[in-house]
Design a protein around this ligand. Structure first.
Ligand code: MRU
Length: 366
């Protein structure tokens, strides 16, 4: 079924990249211009743009914009290759936990040399490279739509006696975290469009409040029925309300299905297990990192203490208090019912094999 138009975190046309300043939401809707990879690095690092897929697309398009607007300064294909490789490797360092930017950088760097063998004309080389980088924008939207469809189909099994579904989600995984539509929130969006959603419950997502600032903003904008809870209310919610499934996003899924996502995800998964509620991850395959065997290998980003101790410059805790502020946690595969991707839904223990088969079938000749 049709879904209404969503918010846009990223606005792009060749030579121009605008991102919605997510630090100002929900009070102000302000787009800022990104001219260079350095601008994008700062925007990603300060979380002016955030969400694993949006980070990657913003990073790639910043390089595309910089390349297009400074094309006259390149005198050879090798100087372009050197520039792109440098900028992409730099962007990967902006935030460490989500894998999408790293994955995108690798895909583009792998494309640079073969393209050089095929295309010797500098202008045409740059044009083809820009076309390739711009494809990430459309690809993310297509993947999200497919995740929404597979997710909504999967959720149908939990509808009984024609009762609509209550879904709990965490953080922000919607249009603001992607190019559009979203992953976990995309599934919720699709369920609402299919008229099978009772309520989308979502957490505030302390300490950065992606839930109360961003998910709330999207759900209000799209008129999707919802109820916000504090993170500490999830146990009581699961005990007292019919929650049919928990669906969250991912920043990195390892080969065994362990999943890094916004801090607080792990405790939701434990609570879901205790209350016999299915727990799903919704993520594009670009969030899956088969080079890491388990979640123990994932670097967890530590954020500044001020994100916990202040809100809009107002102190919530005394000066000098010592805090620990990890931005993500890892949910073990044993707590995960399924991983909903653009290629279908996988159980954590079949993820690696199915993905490798998929990769083989995509590269094998017809
Ligand atoms: O710190 P953030 O806001 O970038 O964290 C976002 C999340 O953890 C999301 O769940 C994840 O990136 C998936 S977004 C589709």
């Amino acid at each position: 079924m049709q879904t209404p138009p969503t918010l846009q975190a990223i606005r792009y046309q060749r030579g121009s990249l605008l991102i919605l300043d997510q630090l100002k939401l929900p009070d102000e809707t302000v787009y800022i211009s990104i001219h260079t990879a350095d601008d994008a690095w700062k925007a990603i690092h300060t979380m002016t743009i955030r969400g694993a897929p949006a980070i990657a697309v913003c990073g790639i398009l910043s390089v595309a914009v910089e390349l297009h607007n400074s094309r006259s300064k390149f005198d050879s294909i090798s100087s372009v290759i050197q520039f792109i490789t440098h900028q992409l490797n730099y962007l990967v360092t902006a935030r460490p936990t989500a894998v999408n930017m790293t994955d995108a950088a690798k895909t583009i760097i792998d494309y640079l040399i073969p393209l050089n063998n095929k295309q010797q004309n500098l202008t045409l080389y740059i044009d083809e490279l820009l076309d390739f980088m711009e494809q990430f924008l459309q690809r993310d939207l297509i993947d999200n739509r497919l995740i929404g469809q597979y997710g909504a189909e999967t959720m149908c099994q939990y509808i009984s006696n024609k009762k609509k579904l209550n879904i709990l989600t965490h953080c922000n995984t919607g249009s603001l975290a992607t190019v559009g539509f979203g992953t976990a929130l995309g599934i919720i969006r699709q369920l609402a469009a299919n008229n099978v959603l009772q309520l989308a419950y979502f957490t505030e997502t302390r300490p950065y409040n992606q839930g109360s600032r961003l998910t709330a903003y999207e759900l209000v904008h799209d008129r999707i029925p919802h109820t916000m809870i504090c993170d500490s209310m999830a146990g009581l919610l699961m005990r007292t309300q019919p929650i049919h499934a928990v669906i969250v996003g991912a920043d990195r899924v390892t080969a065994n299905g362990d999943t890094a996502n916004k801090i607080g995800t792990y405790q939701l998964a434990i609570l879901a297990k205790h209350h016999d509620i299915p727990f799903y991850i919704a993520a594009p395959t670009t969030s899956i990192d088969l080079s890491k065997k388990s979640g123990d290998e994932i670097i967890i980003e530590q954020r500044p203490s001020s994100e916990m101790t202040t809100v809009k410059g107002i102190n919530l805790a005394p000066e000098g208090v010592q805090v620990w502020n990890p931005a993500f946690d890892v949910t073990p595969a044993s707590l995960i019912t399924g991983i909903i991707t653009e290629h279908g839904v996988f159980k954590p223990d079949e993820l690696e094999e199915k993905l490798l088969n998929l990769q083989r079938s995509l590269i094998s000749p017809l």
